[in-house]
Design a protein around this ligand. Structure first.
Ligand code: C2E
Ligand code: MG
Ligand code: MG
Length: 637
């Protein structure tokens, strides 16, 4: 824009300078010539008239001397004009003959003026006064040259100064335009930075820092919208609450850094698997919430299972392969809640049910709701059962794989609520753990199991009895004293008692676990790691604890016949445990082939339905006797 204006102004300046220059070059000499021409014409005219008056006078006074007195007349005229001009005078009679001429030879072109000579009122001739125009022309040419110089000077002055000023003004204008532009750019940059910062703040306010997924606020907003769509358009949505199993252990064993990486990988996998219409959010910790667009409940279950499968693919974090198990609770929009809060709460309840029952996925069921009257009733029933000896124990034998001899039993708690209505250990043990009743329950089981063990010992049955401990029991510093009291009371040797602690329970608080386990170990009690392989601890780590044996979880053992990886895990665990001086119990043996495989692998002990289902004390004794009678049928159960 500025350069356009500048070039226009430049053109105008050049045009003006050229015009003024040209005018200067031509107008001055032309003007000069014109003015001097007028002057000379007038001058000659007046000379002619003056001369004609003199000549008329002379002719009047000397009428016969018109021709004769020519010379005198000439002198008279010259005197009367007394001029040094180069002017030619001529007197021409009426016939056109030159009567007198000053004799001057003039170069043409000439400028001449005439005036009549009269005698007694009669024109007898006329006087001609003439001069050459050459002096005027040469003067004009000179002035023309000067004008040319002047014009050139004027042209340059008019051109150079305005141009310089223009250039200066333009450069200032350009500078200020650049400064303005810079200012505008700086402002734009600041604005875009402010916009970016605003966007980042908005993103930060609505997203989780670690995974970049929407946070609770954004999730709730999306859920509110889904609820509205569901109402208006009849679309169906499922809210899935997802929680990683044993995430705390990963964090504690492998470090928070790995824990964070794991969460990021989980988020990435879930995001990849979900459709655009679905929403996933990290609500905090290892808890994810998802809104799925579904056809029905079955569809919701199938999609959730798909997500679980994707997460179960091993994740490699710093050469450490981690398999992520998640428990998921599903609440259907409209069916299980009509507002975001209750839907989230109900999906959460379902998730805890899935975790407790180990099913992986659970649909919201009002009866499982901790706030539901049914659950409160069940807690009360459990309390009563514990107070009134309403629980019972089953015993599941373990054999030595080399000798086939019964070496011990595991005591498993049973609760018959009403006739033939049994509450699963998964449910009531969790309920006891959640309500703190587990301390009382464990002491009851210990007491009952040791009492039974004493009876067997009196009958010459020298076997160990295993009792399961929960994570919470490892926080009870009085537990060793209680155990010692019970062993004394029933007269059972500490080496006959096996305490089973899950990997997860130990890893929940390894420091606490260590001190209690040391005390129990000091008393001579056998310590066993239950469900080994389902947690994230390593045998090398567990070796720091005073343990005697590991029980390989049944999820590996029961599939090892068909799944090669499971077979490898079982084999390696056995070898590693032996190298660390630990005995190995395989849980969940359901067929002879698995038993044979384990025997070949040098596994020490075995437990499972193939050997014997859990039995009441009475049933167990009957089974034992039958077995002793026909030892070749050790799986007659
Ligand atoms: P656990 O300690 O791993 O007990 C073994 C579970 O595996 C028992 O389930 C048993 O019945 C089952 N089982 C044994 N052999 C087989 C088999 O061949 N195939 C299959 N599929 N399962 C087999 P149960 O009695 O339902 O107990 C479940 C869990 O409840 C126990 O797992 C234990 O963690 C807990 N539990 C049971 N009784 C007590 C108790 O008195 N105190 C505590 N703290 N937990 C207990
Ligand atoms: Mg056990
Ligand atoms: Mg187990």
């Amino acid at each position: 824009m500025i350069s356009q204006t500048e070039s226009r102004i430049r053109k105008v300046v050049i045009w003006l300078a050229s015009s003024v220059g040209m005018v200067t070059v031509f107008a001055i000499p032309a003007g000069y010539f014109y003015v001097s021409y007028l002057y000379e014409t007038e001058h000659l005219q007046s000379l002619a008239e003056l001369s004609s008056d003199i000549v008329s006078e002379f002719v009047y006074l000397h009428p016969d001397t018109w021709q004769l007195q020519g010379d005198r007349l000439e002198q008279l005229l010259e005197k009367s004009h007394s001029r040094q001009e180069i002017i030619r005078y001529r007197i021409i009679d009426s016939k056109g003959a030159i009567v007198m001429s000053s004799g001057l030879v003039l170069e043409t072109p000439l400028l001449a003026r005439h005036a009549p000579v009269s005698d007694s009122g009669r024109t007898v001739g006329h006087v001609e006064v003439a001069m050459s125009l050459w002096p005027e022309i040469s003067d004009t040419l000179l002035i023309g040259v000067i004008s040319l110089l002047l014009g050139t000077v004027v042209y340059f002055i008019l051109r150079i100064f305005p141009m310089r000023t223009l250039t200066r003004v333009m450069s200032r204008l350009e500078q200020s335009q650049k400064a303005l532009q810079r200012e505008v750019e700086a402002k734009e940059e600041a604005l875009s930075k402010a916009r970016e910062a605003g966007e980042a703040m908005r993103h930060l306010a609505l997203h989780d820092n670690l995974t970049g997924l929407p946070n609770r606020a954004l999730f709730q907003d999306r859920l509110d919208r889904a609820i509205i769509y569901a109402e208006r358009a009849g679309s169906r949505y499922a809210v899935v609450m997802m929680d990683m199993d044993r995430f705390k252990e990963i964090n504690d064993t492998l470090g928070h850094h790995i824990g964070d990486q794991l969460l990021q990988e989980v988020a990435l996998r879930l995001k990849k698997e979900l459709r655009k219409s679905d929403t996933i959010s990290r609500l905090g910790g290892d808890e994810f919430a998802i809104i799925l667009t579904v056809a029905d409940v079955e569809d919701a279950i199938a999609m959730t299972q798909k997500l679980r499968n994707v997460l179960r693919e091993p994740i490699n974090l710093k050469n450490c392969y981690i398999r992520v198990d998640v428990s998921c609770g599903i609440a259907m929009v409209a069916e299980h809640g009509s507002d975001a809060q209750s839907l989230l709460q109900h999906a959460d309840v379902a998730m805890y049910t899935a975790k407790r029952n180990g099913t992986g996925i659970a649909i919201y069921d009002v009866s499982e709701d901790p706030n539901s009257p049914r659950r409160l009733q069940r807690i009360n029933d459990l309390r009563v059962a514990l107070d009134q000896d309403g629980l019972s124990l089953c015993y599941q034998p373990q054999i030595d794989l080399k000798t086939n001899e019964i070496i011990g039993v595991e005591a498993l708690a049973r609760w018959e609520l009403t006739v033939d209505e049994w509450v699963s250990p998964g449910e009531f043990i969790t309920l006891a753990e959640e309500t703190g009743l587990i301390d009382q329950l464990t002491l009851w089981v210990l007491d009952k199991a040791l009492q039974e063990c004493a009876v067997w010992q009196q009958q010459g049955i020298r076997i160990t009895v295993g009792v399961n401990l929960s994570a919470r029991n490892l926080h009870d510093h009085e537990l060793p004293a209680h155990v010692r009291g019970m062993l004394d009371r029933h007269g059972v040797a500490p080496s006959s008692l096996v305490l089973e602690i899950t990997e997860s329970a130990i890893m929940e608080d390894p420091g606490h676990a260590m001190s209690i386990l040391n005390e129990l170990h000091g008393m001579g009690i056998i310590l066993s790691v239950d469900d080994f392989g389902t947690g994230y601890s390593s045998l090398a780590y567990l070796k720091e604890l005073p343990l005697h044996e590991v029980k390989i979880d049944r999820s590996f053992v029961s599939h090892m016949r068909n799944i090669r990886n499971d077979e490898i895990i079982v084999r390696s665990t056995i070898d590693l445990a032996h190298n660390l001086g630990l005995k190995v119990v395989a849980e969940g043996i359901e067929d002879a082939e698995t038993a044979a495989m384990l025997r070949k692998m040098n596994c020490d002990f075995a437990q499972g339905y193939h050997i014997c289902h859990p039995k009441t004390a009475k049933e167990f004794l009957g089974w034992l006797r039958r077995r002793d009678a026909t030892p070749e049928h050790f799986s007659e159960d």
